[in-house]
Design a protein around this ligand. Structure first.
Ligand code: SAM
Length: 292
């Protein structure tokens, strides 16, 4: 099997136009946050953020396969003592473009910086907004199962009568839980909160996310040979993890220094011996550290 990594240098608003319709399985990215990192790669004022992002999300919609998923890592900042609303506004505008806002995952930063603010506590989480083109999309839930752990020994040992029956969903979704079904199992499905430390020593890029973050979503939404895109590639974390997991990937970066750094690190194509159930190298959160 040949694994390709295609890197584009330039503004993703333009570079995305070179990618064919319905060709990508997963878009995983962390764009610059409003007005942050002005000194490194430019900042977009919060008021302009939605208008800046919409032509990009329009292209992303065009190139994502109907069964694909777009995961957007973003967090609104505090301006004049208030949380900005541009992320919420962006969600509403993207829905008008045709996107379904399917889910919101939380990245809990296990090692957020200590600090004291007069009117809030330290910020220890970021959003991972999941968007899709249709309700039925590829999702490989078994790939991210977690050990049952202590839960099986504590909560599951003290089941009430309702726990033993199917507890119909109160929102009428047709789904429910019968907790006793899980008594003898060793693995359970995870929650939508992902607990990962940030990485703090990156000398090459100031906002890299931990490798475990793209790895989790690549496992959940793609299989080997699929294609993953990061239109705001930075230090190439998404592409490097994708390649290690035998996925093709595309990366776009506007800063030449970052682009060159990733290009030097990655071969454009690599032949791998395809083995079903491959044991790809697992992520060690060492390679690169936090930017944003
Ligand atoms: C938050 S960082 C991404 C970091 C990346 N996730 C990593 O792990 O290294 C955002 C990146 O987007 C790049 N960028 C900003 N505007 C861009 C644009 N219009 N097109 C392409 N890249 C852009 C920045 O130079 C920066 O490297």
């Amino acid at each position: 099997m040949e694994i390709r990594t295609d890197l584009y240098f330039g503004d993703c608003k333009e570079e995305l136009k070179k990618i064919p319709d319905d060709s990508v399985d997963l878009i995983f990215t962390s764009p610059p946050y409003a007005d942050q990192r002005k000194n490194t790669y430019g900042g977009i004022p919060p008021k302009e953020y939605v208008n800046w992002f919409l032509p990009i999300s329009e292209q992303l919609y065009r190139i994502l396969k109907p069964t694909g998923t777009f995961v957007l890592n973003i967090k609104e900042r505090v301006v004049n003592g208030e949380r900005s609303t541009y992320v919420l506004e962006l969600i509403l505008e993207m829905k008008k473009q045709g996107w379904l806002w399917t889910e919101e995952y939380i990245w809990h930063k296990k090692n957020s910086y200590p600090g004291k603010w007069p009117n809030r506590f330290r910020d220890a989480w970021e959003r991972l907004l999941q968007f899709n083109k249709q309700k039925k999309f590829n999702m490989y839930q078994e790939e991210v199962m977690v050990p049952m752990g202590d839960w099986a020994k504590t909560r599951l040992k003290r089941l009430s009568e309702t726990d033993k029956k199917r507890d119909e969903s109160k929102v009428g979704s047709g789904f429910g839980k019968n907790i006793s079904n899980w008594l003898e199992r060793e693995m359970a499905y995870p929650t939508n909160v992902i607990h990962l430390a940030t990485e703090c020593n990156n000398k090459n890029h100031s906002a890299a996310f931990p490798e475990g973050l793209p790895e989790w979503f690549i496992k959940l939404f793609t299989k080997e040979g699929d294609t993953v895109l990061d239109p705001f590639m930075g230090s190439g974390t998404t592409n490097i993890v994708a390649k290690r997991m035998y996925r093709n990937s595309i990366g776009i970066e506007i800063v030449k220094e970052y682009f060159d750094m990733v290009k030097t690190e990655m071969q454009p194509t690599e032949l791998i011996l395809f083995e079903p159930n491959s044991n790809y190298e697992k992520t060690e959160p060492k390679r690169r550290k936090t930017i944003r």
